[in-house]
Design a protein around this ligand. Sequence first.
Ligand code: PMP
Ligand code: GLN
Length: 381
Amino acid sequence: MLQSKLPHVGTTIFTIMSKMAADHNAINLSQGYPGFDCFPYLQDLVTKYMNTAHNQYAPMTGVPSLRKRLADKTLSIHDVEYDADEEVTIVSGATEALNASITAVVRQGDEVILLEPAYDCYEPAVRLNGGVPVYVSLNVPDFSVDWNKVADAINPKTRLIMVNTPHNPGGYVWTQEDLNTLADLIRDKDIYIVSDDVYEHIVFEGKKHLPLFSHHELKERTFACGSFGKTFHITGWKIGYCLAPKALTEEFRKIHQFLTFSTVTPMQYALADYMEDPSRYLYLGHFYQEKRDLFCEGLKETGFSFTPTEGSFFQCVSYGHLSQESDFDLAVRMTKEIGVASIPTSVFYHDKRDHKILRFCFAKDDDVLEKALELLQKGIF
Ligand code: PMP
Ligand code: GLN
């Protein structure tokens, strides 16, 4: 009998809730993906490259023109330089970037700080590498960082801190003060950072995503992981990237080359052309803010309490003042009884801590959001 290396891991909540939504014909605001398509021009570009013999293995590190676009984008938005050849790698989704980064750093017995609620793919990768997760809870309900708790968790065994800004599920966007505090805490220590920046362009109210690499001390220790899926409405293409200093990228690529070797070719060429016009990603904050505002306006009539999210395409709502039902039970019941699927946020805690908070994805067409709100406004308690 094969002994599980991940005995506590089951099927992801995203798979469970999306299936439940489909089975019950519910509006699926659970798993995070756009309910609308990418722009036709991007599809045309893929077709063009498929039709012109760009169908064999891409270079292991990624198509050069796409790596160059990412380096240029980072320079123009954040004024930070990465060498397109030696410090940028294209991989098969942010999930691969996160996994390869964790694998590059973590050895048997190393401690890894996970800020909870934490996206679900971090912990298994840490464990498979023999690492020991150390859980630090974020403040509820705003999901900001309690730096005293982080300071208490750091010790000589700490090798890595996982960061996610804008945060999934909470939407918290790290501030300059957060970056400075982290830099102070890990200065002169052998600690690395894996930063999950997949919602980098989805930030509201004119705020700016501050990547950890925008702090010069943090840059040297950071693997910055991104995803084209969120930015161009193409989650199904599974293309992501990692920006990291040369020494870190060298180790990252050793893992990547034997994990997937390279990433789907025609899409990479197409994305490189498509990114020529920065407005194709710079509009996202405004685009999703309108959806967030529409959704939040309707939520006011539901009895849930919430603060509009600062970033990402998720809105969390609290219901502890209305009921003590578990968040998982409520998410199931809402899917079956009123036809709206969500994610119970307890799944993002190792101890399934239940703050009575549900997460909704508002990356949907307005009419879908309006229909979902109508159903939610009927009430569930
Ligand atoms: N990190 C976070 C916080 C996410 O929400 C997701 C889901 N897109 C990922 C990583 C994975 O990204 P990808 O689909 O590019 O693997
Ligand atoms: N990132 C998406 C979310 O948080 C899910 C991606 C997945 O299903 N793996 O909903």
